[in-house]
Design a protein around this ligand. Sequence first.
Ligand code: ADP
Ligand code: MG
Length: 325
Amino acid sequence: MKSVAFFNNKGGVGKTTFTYHLGYALEKLGKRILFVDLDPQCNLTAHLCDEDTINDAWSTDGNSIYKAIAPIVTGAGDMQTINPYKVPNRNIWAFIGDLLLSDFDGELSNAWTQVLAGQERGFRVTSSIYRLINEFAEQNNIDYILIDLGPNLGALNRAILLGCDNFIIPMIPDLFSLRGSQNLGRVFADWISNYENAKQRIGNLNFATPNGKPVFSGYVLQQFNVYRTRKTKAYQNWGGQIPTYIQEFVINPLTAVDPNLSLTLANFQVAEFKNYHSLVPMAQESLKPIFELTNQDGVIGAHYQYVDNCRNEFGDIANYLSSII
Ligand SMILES: Nc1ncnc2c1ncn2[C@@H]1O[C@H](COP(=O)(O)OP(=O)(O)O)[C@@H](O)[C@H]1O
Ligand SMILES: [Mg+2]
């Protein structure tokens, strides 16, 4: 079992769309998938399940991921176990997102202060979502936990990233995306070393805690808005600079803390996600990945070529990623 987070502190870079498609492609390889939607915007959830399911999950006795940590936010107690949503007829489960998740950020900030002060409660709160998802994954023989995160370096993302085995950065080849990645490695490196020190101080605890060693496993080159702009040359230019940026601003700070915090891959690019134009909203509407769309979903004529291309591309991506992670 491996947990993989998809993270970029810039929004709109295709994290959610890529994560969703990768999960379905890995399932087609025979893997059991657990999605976790930890972006309060809940886009992954909206791609996975219909509105009735979401309404139920958000109702008083529903099963959104917020319900699991609500007792901590209200001060009533520890994390409570909930069952994720299961996609019908598939080996795919999902902890449904919740707008209220942002309420947990303040609690997690306090908990982090307690972690650094070596207090058990801090570890208990910080590890709560980690414990929830890992317990379910272990009991249900999940192969991949795929975690979608919001675009910020806040306390929730810190708590989750410290508990992941691997993380992948979806990138758009533009100036903002590259600039956005400049503080990422340095911030992660601080989290990792502070957490490591705190863990050593506290010693053994009677509950599971994040390992604190998320391994950088490459970036995904998102090309989908290349043609929306006329600056195709500039995009090529920025795209060519990504490996240098990744080396300098992600890998160097991380491996300075621990040489094992990065996989050694040529150029660090693990996938390329092309522009699928109108098939993306069609896939969202149909609650299916692009590569499973049919004429009943609205696919006509030349679209079929794209559907087939997408199937081949994600087949290759899933094969490759499952060979390195
Ligand atoms: N490969 C793609 N081709 C075309 N449009 C895409 C593609 N990937 C994402 N999009 C569109 O771009 C927008 C941002 O993608 P999303 O996955 O939500 O990004 P993020 O999770 O990083 O905010 C969405 O509206 C989505 O429909
Ligand atoms: Mg998203």
